[in-house]
Design a protein around this ligand. Structure first.
Ligand SMILES: [Mg+2]
Length: 183
């Protein structure tokens, strides 16, 4: 079966919502994902707030209770009937996220075996047919077909096929065999 590698943050786990909610609580702001179109949070906030932004990721609680992105569980379950599914996350950027991410996957995606978790750095090393990711940086390095999962920051990127939500993923891989090869 063809292999699909799936990113975690902003693809199955809503890390951005947690990031914004911590920032808004700490600085009495009301920033939303809409405010972040084409930008990073650091582009919008005063530079004296940047150390606090970095510190959110040093807290291992950050990754424990992230919301699941809508539709991801159902669609990945369907995809798993036709594709080998791997969860591939650049966890090395934030070493304290390793255990929380492992536990989060066990809790929310119990049908994906831990053998199919890949905690890595550069995803260019991953030998999958497809990578669904919101990170342009990772898609540029990936050797297979990259699929850009829309997040506010990547909204202006045009080099990769784009999916806006998990319904789009279902369409791309299960309804239209254009990219899906043997599916
Ligand atoms: Mg991501």
């Amino acid at each position: 079966m063809p292999r699909i590698a799936i990113d975690m943050d902003e693809v199955v786990a809503d890390a951005l919502a947690e990031y914004l909610s911590r920032y808004n609580a700490d600085f009495e702001e009301k920033l939303t994902k809409q405010d972040l179109l084409g930008k990073r949070l650091a582009d919008l906030v005063p530079s004296e707030h940047w150390p606090r932004l970095d510190a959110y990721f040093d807290d291992e609680q950050f990754f424990r209770n992230l919301e699941v992105i809508d539709g991801s569980q159902e669609v990945i379950r369907e995809l798993a009937e036709h594709y080998d599914i791997y969860i591939v996350t650049a966890a090395m950027e934030i070493p304290c996220s390793l255990a929380p991410k492992f536990e989060w996957l066990q809790r929310h995606f119990p049908f994906i075996p831990p053998d199919n978790y890949v905690f890595c750095g550069n995803k260019g090393i991953v030998a999958a047919d497809y990578l669904i990711d919101d990170s342009v940086y990772q898609l540029e390095r990936f050797q297979g077909q990259g699929i850009l999962y829309t997040s506010p920051r990547n909204i202006n990127e045009t080099r990769f096929p784009r999916v806006n939500d998990w319904n789009d993923v279902r369409e791309m891989f299960l309804r239209k065999p254009v990219l899906a090869g043997t599916a």
